[in-house]
Design a protein. Structure first.
Length: 207
């Protein structure tokens, strides 16, 4: 059976969900495809190139529509970041896959749409790109924490705090008022902080 890059990437993503990133080897992938490992090097010069293309393929799962007419850019960006978080959490070890991945041509259309949309919202290209990178890093880092302990519920963090901070009531009170550091509420709070920072910086940079 002739190998194609798309087939290799799709199989690698399936294996990622089954065995995790640490156990995803070229040898295992070749066995799954019914070929010898050297055959993969006709398509990918090394494992990192394969991982980069896997990340590109996952990025294309995130729908990116242009900013709507009259739509607040903050709402539009927040929607994309939520979609990105859902995508990462729908694949085992996806956040680890993205850490250090080099964006390839498959990500360019989405980036172009994002930059054009923010340009219409009044952003300079520099501020738009840096804002997007900051948001991407936040989402990936947040999901990295989530996937590091996938069976842990946010309430468990509060239970731990009650034990660890029992002799520090003032600190415990702050922790309990703030809520768990993980979960939807924590994600939305951090997202809103970054979006507000982007808004403030963009206003300051405006001529």
């Amino acid at each position: 059976m002739a190998l194609e890059r798309d087939m290799i990437v799709a199989t690698a993503l399936r294996l990622l969900n089954e065995v995790g990133l640490d156990r995803l080897t070229l040898r295992r992938l070749a066995t799954e495809l019914g070929v010898q490992a050297p055959a993969l090097y006709w398509h990918f010069k090394n494992k990192q190139e394969l991982l980069d293309e896997m990340a590109d393929a996952l990025t294309r799962e995130v729908p990116l529509r242009p900013l709507g007419e009259g739509e607040p850019w903050q709402d539009w960006l927040a929607e994309r970041m939520r979609d990105q978080r859902r995508m990462l959490n729908s694949h085992r070890d996806a956040a680890r896959l993205f850490v250090g991945a080099r964006p390839g041509p498959g990500t360019h259309p989405a980036l172009q749409i994002a930059l054009e949309s923010l340009d219409r919202a009044g952003f300079s290209p520099r501020e738009a790109l840096r804002g997007l990178f900051t948001l991407d890093h936040y989402v990936t880092g947040f999901v990295l924490e989530e996937q590091a302990r996938p069976t842990r519920e946010p309430e468990e963090d509060l239970d731990d705090a009650r034990r660890w901070l029992a002799d520090r009531p003032s600190l415990l009170a702050v922790f309990m008022e703030s809520g768990p550091p993980h979960g939807d509420e924590a994600f939305e709070h951090g997202l809103s902080l970054i979006l507000e920072g982007i808004r403030t910086r963009n206003m300051a940079a405006a001529p």
